[in-house]
Design a protein around this ligand. Structure first.
Ligand code: ADP
Ligand code: MG
Length: 291
């Protein structure tokens, strides 16, 4: 019998740290001896950069534009510790659906039974999640990924994007779509960032998988074209990525989240805004109360 492949998708607002987190997660999973594929589904096509010394790889869509028949192996490149790197790619600027690359790449791999051939343990899709439409919804809608995680900071726009993702997940949850594993809280460190994320997950009935601090080690590693796991394996930050990896390996039950309506979300954010203002003005001193 073929072994079970764990397929997960990481969503989140652009620039929030999806690729950084995903690459460190892949690297940490590979250290555990797992066979990992990281599948970049952002038209930016830079998901796997730090797994490959900062080098870009040809995308599935670019390769398909050059020739009509593409073998899966032509678009799979080796990265750190044997991780299989793939970039779906994007359409020519201003033309076509940005999610096309995901659909095409997934179909190509399915047809050529590539996951089975490589005997993968984990496939991680790194997906731009501002808009859960068209191709970007594919890993969720088709249930290709079993578990979805969202990377979010405590900034409103990031939480807004996560809440939209939750709406997408809820919509497809009764028709075999992927379910939500939880939130990966990134760039923690500013005052109240934890409290805000904790309150958001409580309101939407999900959980925080890991709190990842904003860290100069991540910046340094990225400048060297590497993940933190590779560049600073003994750092505190690398330990946090390993802790996230261990939790994701253990994770088995995902759920349908309860997204907030947009007015409710706005009011919730407004209450936090008022509260933070009062803190700044010294009117309240108690820490950590959810509102
Ligand atoms: P996304 O894939 O969501 O568009 P990236 O992973 O490319 O975002 O991250 C955007 C920028 O933020 C990168 O320069 C990355 O190094 C930085 N970054 C992400 N997470 C952290 C962190 N925890 N600490 C410091 N810098 C971070
Ligand atoms: Mg990215």
């Amino acid at each position: 019998m073929a072994k079970a492949i764990k397929q997960i998708a990481i969503y989140g607002k652009g620039g929030i740290g999806k690729s950084t987190t995903t690459s460190n997660l892949s690297a940490a999973l590979s250290e555990l001896g797992l066979k990992v594929m990281q599948f970049g589904c952002d038209p930016k096509s830079d998901s796997t950069n730090t797994l490959r010394g900062g080098k870009y790889i040809p995308t599935v869509l670019d390769t398909l534009r050059e020739k009509t028949v593409v073998k899966a192996h032509e678009v799979i490149f080796p990265g750190f510790n044997g991780i299989y790197c793939v970039e779906a790619g994007g359409p020519a600027p201003g033309v076509g659906c940005a999610g096309r690359g995901i659909i095409t790449a997934v179909e190509l791999f399915k047809h050529q039974k590539i996951f089975e051939e490589l005997e993968l343990d984990v496939v991680i899709y790194d997906v731009l999640g501002d808009v859960v439409c068209g191709g970007f919804a594919v890993p969720i809608r088709e249930g290709i990924a079993e578990h979805v995680f969202t990377v979010s900071s405590s900034d409103f726009m990031s939480i807004y994007a996560s809440n939209n993702l939750f709406k997408g997940i809820s919509k497809y949850s009764n028709s075999g779509g992927a379910l939500l594993g939880g939130v990966i809280a990134n760039s923690m460190g500013t005052p109240y960032s934890r409290e805000i994320i904790d309150d958001f997950v409580a309101k939407t009935h999900t959980q925080v998988m890991e709190y990842i601090p904003r860290s100069i080690t991540v910046t340094q590693s990225e400048l060297q074209g590497k993940t933190t796991i590779e560049a600073a394996p003994l750092s505190l930050q690398a330990g946090i990525y390993r802790s996230l990896a261990a939790k994701i390996v253990e994770h088995s039950v995902s759920k349908t989240p309860t997204p907030m309506e947009v007015t409710e979300l706005r009011e919730w954010a407004g209450r936090w805004g008022d509260y933070l203002l009062e803190v700044e003005q010294g009117k309240v001193t108690s820490q950590g109360a959810a509102i």
